[in-house]
Design a protein around this ligand. Structure first.
Ligand SMILES: Nc1ncnc2c1ncn2[C@@H]1O[C@H](COP(=O)(O)OP(=O)(O)OP(=O)(O)O)[C@@H](O)[C@H]1O
Length: 249
């Protein structure tokens, strides 16, 4: 059993960027050793929430803890991995050199680097300069750089964007295997069919948590097995509710 049944816990979490309130009082928990999906329309605050969890976004109010410590605290540095949309990979270095470089910061061995490269299916490209890879291959280098550190909590911002369906399926299999081995994964996605791979879903809308539920509960609440349709139904119902409360006030 995992020593941390709850990997991430937010209570009354507010984040303001500039003068804008981006996250407006979130309460949720992320279970350890599971895949949690972070879903919401563009601009709803998914990236901001992920940044707060990995500790690069200041919290305005409330609490946010990761593995029982305040998000961003020093002891978490080796425990939390983050793969951003803008890959932080050196284009002039080979795939292997990139992954070894990131690995070295976390005490990983060359064998760990080889394993991470294999995990993202880039063995054949290990000696190739990252700049010479295709877009999908390049983004997988970034993922390998996160995997090589064997993080306890792995936060992935749309990791499957630009990947073909075969690779996408392979990556989800890999994520599921990691979760079975105890890693906690928090994954944002725009592709609703991917939500079915998650144990739990956080639905964000305009900086508020609309719901935390399982894919089966999403289908039930949204009245459709098509998760995209179910999600849209819930979003529309929330919009409608907001309009009604504005009329009432
Ligand atoms: N540095 C910033 N200063 C002020 N507002 C910002 C800043 N960065 C982002 N925002 C705003 O915060 C809101 C949430 O942005 P965020 O990137 O978290 O959304 P998202 O759900 O990840 O969107 P997407 O799916 O398009 O990536 C948006 O309205 C965005 O314009």
């Amino acid at each position: 059993m995992s020593p941390h049944p709850t990997a991430v816990e937010a209570a009354g979490l507010h984040v303001t960027r500039g003068r804008t309130s981006i996250l407006r009082g979130l309460d949720f928990t992320v279970e350890a050793g599971r895949i949690t999906g972070l879903l919401g329309p563009s601009g709803s605050g998914k990236t901001t929430l992920m940044r707060a969890i990995v500790g690069v976004q200041r919290i305005t109010q409330g609490t946010l803890s990761v593995l029982g410590r305040p998000a961003g605290s020093a002891p978490l540095r080796h425990d939390v991995g983050y793969v951003t949309q803008g890959a932080s990979v050196y284009g002039d270095l080979s795939v292997e050199a990139n992954v070894r470089y990131f690995g070295a910061m976390h005490g990983a061995t060359p064998a760990d680097a080889a394993e991470a490269i294999a995990a993202v299916g880039l063995q054949a490209f290990a000696q190739q300069k990252a700049a010479d890879l295709s877009g999908g291959q390049f983004s997988r280098v970034s993922l390998a750089c996160a995997l090589v550190a064997h993080p306890t909590v792995l936060v992935l911002d749309e990791p499957t964007v630009g990947l073909d369906p075969v690779l996408r399926a392979e990556l989800w299999e890999r994520f599921a295997a990691m979760a079975r081995a105890g890693t906690t994964l928090l994954i944002s996605s725009h592709v609703m069919e991917e939500a079915s791979h998650c144990s739990s879903l956080l639905l964000l809308r305009e900086g508020l948590l609309l719901a935390q539920l399982s894919p089966a509960e999403l289908a039930e609440r949204g009245g459709s097995d098509d998760l995209e349709r179910a999600f849209l139904t819930i979003i529309k119902a929330a919009d409608h509710g907001q309009e009604e409360s504005q009329v009432a006030s």
